[in-house]
Structure formats: C-alpha cells, structure tokens
Design a protein around this ligand. Structure first.
Ligand SMILES: Cc1cc2nc3c(=O)[nH]c(=O)nc-3n(C[C@H](O)[C@H](O)[C@H](O)COP(=O)(O)OP(=O)(O)OC[C@H]3O[C@@H](n4cnc5c(N)ncnc54)[C@H](O)[C@@H]3O)c2cc1C
Length: 269
C-alpha cells in the first residue's frame, strides 16, 4: 500500500495506526538507496511529500522554524551561513531538490551534513504523534541515541526543526567527489551574541557530535590565537573517528583541529 496524506493530522493518524508497518518516506534519497541495496524491503509506504505546508520556513520571536519537509535546495537559499553552505554541499541538484531536513535528522548518519549544521545552531527537533500531541527535543542532548538511532517513537513523525536566528556561523566540509560528496570530516561553528560557542563535527563519531570541552574553553572569551589552539587540541581529543575507505582516523582527527582553527578564525572576520 502507498499512503499519501495531504495534511499533517491525517499523516499522524496513519502513522499511529500503521507504526513501522509502513515505511515513512519523504524525498526518498536515503530510503531508495537502502531499498536498492536490499537492506530495506518495505511492503507499505507512508509518503509525506504531499503534506500541505510541510516545507514552510517561518521566522518567529528570534527563532527560525523549518517544516520537516524543507528541502536542501530551500535551505541553500537561507541567510544562515552554516546551514546554507551545508545544504549546498549536499549531493547534486536533484538530491537537494527532494532530500529533506526531516529525512536527514531521522537517518541520523554520522556524516549527516544537515545534522552537523543544526548542532551548531542549537537546534530543537519537534515531533508529534496523534495520541500524545507534539513534543520538542534538543538535538544535541536528546535526539541521537545510538548509531543511526534516534528518540523518535514508532507512532511519531518529525514535524519541524527550529534554530536560533541570531548566531554567527561558519561551515566547512572535506569530501571527495561533487555529487556524492559524503564528508570525510565536516565542521560547523556557531557563536551566540553572548559569546557562547558551538563546535559541531560530522564523520568523526558514531553520531554527529559537539565538542563540549572545547566549547567550555571558549565560552565568554575573545578568541586570541593561543585559545583557538587550545580549543583545537581539545577537539582532537574529544572526537573518536574510525579508519574506513574514505579516510584514516588519524587524518580525520588532524583535520578536526585544522577546521576548528579555520572556522573560529573565520568567525572573527
Ligand atoms: C547521491 C546522494 C548524495 C547524498 N549526499 C549527501 C550529502 O552530501 N550529505 C548528507 O548529509 N546526505 C547526503 N545524502 C543522503 C540524503 O540525501 C539525506 O540524508 C537526506 O536529508 C534524506 O532526506 P529524504 O527526505 O530524502 O529522506 P528519506 O529517504 O525519505 O527518509 C530518510 C529516513 O527518514 C525517515 N523520515 C523522513 N522524513 C521523516 C519525518 N518527517 N518523520 C519521520 N521520519 C521521517 C524515513 O523513514 C527514513 O528512515 C545523499 C544521498 C544520495 C542518494
């Protein structure tokens, strides 16, 4: 069966009734790859791509709220540097036109570029179920449970994500090939007006992560070179990369230090 609700309430009711009996799909850019590999063999789908207003971006009281169906093409037009640049670094045009921020969050890949940019923005994920209504989860603290596992319940959908609108940010991704540019390492940095820092990394742990100890070193400080160096040293200790076919762990660790220095210096410009 192919369920294609046109509004959120209908989608939540279907999700509550079908639970994991129907595979949720939006852009399908992760789902179809898994189906092609044979790791997913769904009998039914719950397609969210026709839900009205599921891709709306709104500004409200210091926050920017994005519907879960917001595509990376849309994010590539935002005035939030790290999110815009992360979005534009993803896949090719076709992938960006259909791949969504909700799908990126639920896939929870350690290399998820959207997740890394959102971590630097102190994002909160809004989920909802027909039975219990909405709830809001802090992306860094509450969302990622294990490798590619999130706090989303089997009767819930991601409905929105919200980020602070007032942060200065920077982004860089080290990858290999244009349209299949899965990161070797990516980094997003955010600084709030009260000088609190967020240092987020992809492809260097079992989940997209923040370097909490380095953030503590920086919080409330101006950024002399010596402090940036200490933060970079701390980041290199906090990450736990692995060797794989894309890069070695030692290279990834070293690049985390390089990107920390580069992006923190970039914030000052
Ligand atoms: C060629 C190619 C290049 C890529 N390049 C990149 C890249 O550079 N960086 C990167 O981070 N990713 C990349 N990806 C991965 C992918 O495009 C992203 O993860 C994308 O954000 C997934 O969104 P989607 O809407 O297509 O998700 P789908 O494939 O539709 O779904 C992904 C997962 O999320 C669930 N889901 C989707 N929406 C919801 C929702 N609202 N509520 C609950 N569950 C939901 C689905 O059940 C599924 O488990 C690439 C993929 C391809 C095929």
């Amino acid at each position: 069966m192919f369920y294609q609700p046109h509004n959120l309430q209908e989608a939540l009711e279907l999700r509550g009734r079908l639970k994991n009996g129907a595979l949720v799909i939006n852009g399908g850019t992760d789902v179809l790859v898994a189906m092609n590999h044979g790791t997913l063999r769904p009998r039914s789908f719950l397609d969210l791509s026709h839900i009205e207003d599921f891709n709306v971006i709104e500004r409200d009281n210091g926050w920017i709220r994005m519907g879960a169906g917001t595509t990376f093409a849309q994010l590539g037009r935002l005035d939030i540097k790290c999110l815009r640049e992360a979005a534009l670094s993803m896949g090719g045009t076709q992938i960006r036109n259909v791949g969504t921020i909700g799908g990126n969050l639920v896939s929870a890949s350690p290399a998820g570029d959207g997740c890394v940019a959102l971590l630097a923005l102190d994002a909160e994920v809004e989920v909802a179920s027909a039975a219990r209504g909405p709830r809001r989860l802090k992306l860094n603290d509450d969302w990622f449970l294990a490798y590619r596992e999130t706090a989303l319940a089997d009767d819930e959908l991601v409905t929105r994500v919200r980020v602070r609108a007032d942060m200065s940010t920077a982004w860089y991704k080290i990858g290999k090939r244009g349209a299949v540019n899965i990161s070797v390492v990516c980094c997003a940095v955010g600084r709030s007006p009260d000088e609190r820092y967020r240092l987020a990394f992809g492809s260097v742990a079992f989940r997209p992560m923040r370097a909490a100890q380095a953030e503590q070193l920086l919080d409330g400080q101006a950024l002399p070179d010596a402090l940036i160096d200490r933060a970079a040293e701390s980041v290199m200790k906090e990450v736990s990369p692995i060797d794989d076919h894309r890069a070695g762990a030692a290279y990834r660790r070293a690049m985390c230090g390089v990107l920390t220095r580069r992006l923190l210096c970039g914030l000052q410009e």
